[in-house]
Design a protein around this ligand. Structure first.
Ligand code: PLP
Length: 404
C-alpha cells in the first residue's frame, strides 16, 4: 500500500544521519566496549528527589487525563521561568506543556507553516530540524553558519537564502546555545536575527533547550527584544537542564492564540502529558538552578579536558564551544569526510562520534563529540582520536582501519 508523500519525505535521501550511532550500538550490543560520544544524553541519572516526586504523584492519584495544555501549577511555574530567563513577561496562558522539546518543535512548526512554506534554519544544526519541517509539510532551507565566524549566523547568508527560497518564507528556526557547534549567540547576533524576522515578518522559533549550559557569554532569548514576544515561539524542555531526557517534558511559550491552537494539536496527537510526569517537572522547575549550574560546570570542565587532550594534535582543530555539551572537531587535515572518519575511528578504536555531515553540509570534515563520559575516559578517548587523526593525515587520506 502506498504511504503518504509527507511521511516518506521526513527522511530525505534514505539517510537520517544516525548511521554511525546505529553501528556503534550494534557493536556494543554484540559485547564490544565502545566509548559512546554520540548522543547528548547525560552520564548520570535523574535526581532521586524528582523520581520520588513522580512516584508520590502517581500514588496520590495523578494517573488520569490532564488538561491538554498542561496542569495549571506547572504552566504557571514554567511561565515564571520563561519570564525570568527571557526577560519578558509571560503568563500561564502563553505556555503549553508538551512531551519534550522535540514535540514542541513539531507543535511550533505546525502552528506557523502552511503546506509548502519555507522555514529557514542554520547549518550545521540539530539533526531533526529538516525532517521535522518536512513532517509538517514545510520546506526546510538551510542557511550556513560558518566555522570561520565561530558558527555565528551572518545577515548576508540570510539574505542570500531569502533570494533562493521557492515560495513564501514564514519562519526562522534558531538554536542558542547551539547543538552541534556549542556557539552561544552574541547580543549582536540575536539583535540581527530579530531585525531580520521583523523586516520580513517571520515567526522566530527559538530552541533554547541548552539555556542553562552556558560557559562563556550569556544566554539571550530573542523574546526579550522590543516587539518580539508576539512573533517568538520559545521551545524548551527539562531534558538537558534537569537530566530528564527520557521523561519527555517540554514546553512552547508564545502568544496566547498560538498556544490555544497548539492545544488543538495536542488534542489530536498526544492528548496531553501524564500528570505524574508533570508533577515531577513542577518539582524540577521550582527547585531552582543548582543542578543546572552543576551540569554546566561538568561540561565546562570536560570541554577544557578535551581541548587539552587535543592540543598537541596537528590533524584536529577544536572550535572552542561556549555552551551546550559538545565539542566540534575539524578533521579536514586528514582528508577524510566526517562520516568516513567516524566509521573508521569506530572500527579501529571503538570510539563513537557523530559525523559533522549529520548536522548539515557546513559541518563536512568535522565530527561532534558529546562530553557525556567521565573525565578520564573522555581524555583517553580524545587522545586516541587525535593520534588516529594524525596517522590518517600522515597517510595522506583515508586510513584503512584494518591496516593498523
Ligand atoms: N533541540 C536541540 C537543539 C537538541 O539538541 C535536542 C536534543 O538533543 C532537542 C531539541 C530535543 O530535546 P528533547 O529531549 O526535549 O525532545
Amino acid at each position: 500500500m502506498k504511504l503518504s508523500t509527507r511521511i516518506r519525505s521526513i527522511v530525505e535521501g534514505g539517510s537520517d544521519g544516525w548511521e554511525v550511532w546505529y553501528r556503534a550500538r550494534d557493536l556494543r550490543d554484540a559485547g564490544h566496549d565502545i566509548t559512546m560520544l554520540t548522543l547528548g544524553d547525560h552520564d548520570r541519572l535523574t535526581p532521586e528527589v524528582l523520581i520520588e516526586a513522580m512516584a508520590a504523584a502517581a500514588r496520590s492519584g495523578h494517573t488520569g487525563y490532564k488538561p491538554m495544555a498542561g496542569m495549571a501549577e506547572l504552566r504557571a511555574a514554567v511561565a515564571a521561568r520563561v519570564a525570568a530567563r527571557s526577560g519578558a513577561a509571560c503568563s500561564p496562558e502563553e505556555v503549553i506543556i508538551v512531551p519534550g522539546g522535540q514535540a514542541g518543535l513539531f507543535a511550533a512548526l505546525t502552528a506557523v507553516l502552511d503546506q509548502g512554506e519555507t522555514c529557514l534554519y542554520f547549518d550545521p544544526g540539530y539533526i531533526t530540524y529538516p525532517g521535522t519541517i518536512r513532517a509538517v509539510g514545510g520546506l526546510p532551507l538551510a542557511v550556513p553558519a560558518r566555522p570561520e565566524n565561530g558558527f555565528q549566523p551572518q545577515r548576508a547568508d540570510l539574505d542570500v537564502a531569502l533570494d533562493r527560497a521557492k515560495g513564501p518564507v514564514r519562519a526562522l528556526l534558531i538554536n542558542s546555545p547551539n547543538n552541534p557547534t556549542g556557539a552561544v549567540y552574541s547580543r549582536e547576533t540575536i539583535a540581527m536575527l530579530a531585525d531580520f524576522a521583523r523586516e520580513h515578518d517571520l515567526w522566530l522559533l527559538s530552541d533554547e533547550v541548552y539555556d542553562g549550559q552556558v560557559w562563556e557569554g550569556e544566554h539571550l532569548s530573542p523574546r526579550f527584544l522590543p516587539g518580539m514576544a508576539e512573533r517568538v515561539l520559545l521551545i524548551n524542555s527539562l531534558s538537558k537542564a534537569q537530566v530528564m531526557t527520557g521523561w519527555r517534558l517540554g514546553w512552547v511559550a508564545g502568544p496566547a492564540e498560538a498556544v490555544a491552537r497548539m492545544t488543538d494539536l495536542s488534542i489530536s496527537t498526544t492528548y496531553g502529558v501524564p500528570g505524574f510526569i508533570q508533577m515531577a517537572a513542577l518539582a524540577a522547575v521550582t527547585r531552582g538552578g543548582a543542578l543546572e549550574a552543576e551540569l554546566a560546570a561538568t561540561y565546562h570542565r570536560r570541554r577544557d579536558i578535551g581541548i587539552r587532550a587535543l592540543a598537541g594534535s596537528n590533524a584536529v582543530r577544536v572550535s572552542p564551544p561556549q555552551g551546550a555539551m559538545y565539542l566540534m572537531l575539524d578533521i579536514r587535515a586528514t582528508g577524510m569526510s566526517g562520516t568516513d572518519f567516524a566509521l573508521a575511528l569506530l572500527e579501529a578504536e571503538r570510539i563513537a562520534v557523530m559525523p559533522g555531515e549529520s548536522f548539515g553540509p557546513s559541518a563536512a570534515g568535522h565530527v561532534r563529540v558529546a562530553l557525556t563520559v567521565e573525565d578520564r575516559r573522555l581524555e583517553a578517548a580524545l587522545r586516541k582520536l587525535g593520534e588516529f587523526a594524525a596517522r590518517a593525515a600522515e597517510a595522506g587520506g583515508p586510513l584503512d582501519a584494518r591496516s593498523r
